[in-house]
Design a protein around this ligand. Structure first.
Ligand SMILES: [Zn+2]
Length: 79
């Protein structure tokens, strides 16, 4: 299933590029706004961090949701 495959790739990328355990060396980048992107949840309208958002591939585009509840709500409305 393609979506599952996408999730696995994203998860691996997340693990590779976001080493939570490392500390110190790059403290400078902590205070500035990094390359992370805010994306809008189309259901409740709030902005969420792209990395932490629930992702859904829908009609060729990737949608981002703040929670699985919002994603499910979206799917309910677009059956
Ligand atoms: Zn939401």
């Amino acid at each position: 299933m393609f979506l599952l495959y996408l999730f696995i790739i994203l998860f691996i990328a997340y693990l590779l590029f976001w080493p939570k355990g490392s500390s110190g060396k790059r403290a400078k980048s902590r205070t500035s706004v990094g390359p992370r992107r805010l994306v809008k949840d189309p259901v409740c309208g709030i902005y969420v961090d792209e990395e932490e958002a629930i992702k859904l591939k829908w009609q060729g585009e990737i949608l981002y949701f703040c929670s699985e509840e919002c994603r499910d709500k979206f799917l309910e409305q677009h059956k």
